[in-house]
Design a protein around this ligand. Structure first.
Ligand code: GRF
Length: 206
């Protein structure tokens, strides 16, 4: 069975969706560790409730981002992780980290990439930008992580209609709902080795 690390920084509702998928028997995988770069991340409590090992690691304790990431790589190695899921993890991975898990790191982003993504687009800012632009449809994307922000090959996307009365918070809530279906689905595909990358396209093997 594949062992996953889930990296978080906040509420962990996407982590919860993965835990639920595993406990329901839909995903054949095991979460080896939940790692947070924020001590107060509620996701750590969610993990503990399900007896999943947790790690907290703070960037401020390291000289620079590369050394901080080296420490994470070392921690994950100890948990014998097969692939990594970024679920609301708000820190930039080093080149070495990405190269340590080639095509084995996935991320969820709350927009239809390539719109409203990249550096600076996180949390409510993504939804504010979508509303400001005036798009009628937004959504969520699960993608592979490469060395840039939000540029890796797209695994799955799903859409949400923008309503006239939406503000960034209502839109965020509706997008989160589809994230909770999309991310477990992608994790399942990863766990079953069903993804094949052809150029920038990710194909799902039968
Ligand atoms: C989600 O919107 C995710 O797409 C983004 O950060 C948020 C995390 O939410 N990367 P949660 O911590 O999973 O509740």
């Amino acid at each position: 069975m594949k062992r996953i690390a889930v990296l978080i920084s906040g509420g962990g509702s996407n982590l919860q969706a993965i835990i639920d998928g595993i406990e329901a028997g839909e995903i054949q995988a095991e979460i080896g560790v939940v790692l947070s770069n924020r001590k107060a991340a509620h996701g750590l409590e969610r993990a503990k409730k399900h007896n999943i090992p947790t790690e907290y690691i703070c960037k401020l304790h390291y000289d620079d981002n590369d050394i901080f990431n080296d420490a994470i790589i070392e921690k994950l190695a100890a948990y014998k992780i097969d692939f990594v899921v970024l679920a609301g993890y708000l820190s930039i991975l080093s080149k070495k980290f990405v190269q340590a898990y080639p095509n084995r790191i996935i991320n969820i982003h709350p927009s239809l990439i390539p719109a409203f993504c990249g550096m600076g687009y996180y949390g409510l800012k993504v939804h504010e930008a979508a509303l400001e632009y005036g798009v009628k449809v937004t959504g969520a994307t699960v993608h592979f992580v490469d060395e840039e922000a939000d540029t890796g090959a797209i695994i799955l996307q799903d859409t949400v209609q923008v309503q006239q009365e939406d503000d960034s918070e209502t839109l965020q809530q509706r997008v989160l709902k589809i994230e909770h279906a999309l991310l477990p689905k992608a994790v399942k595909l990863m766990a079953e080795n069903k993804l094949q990358i052809v150029g920038r396209r990710v194909l799902i093997k039968e």
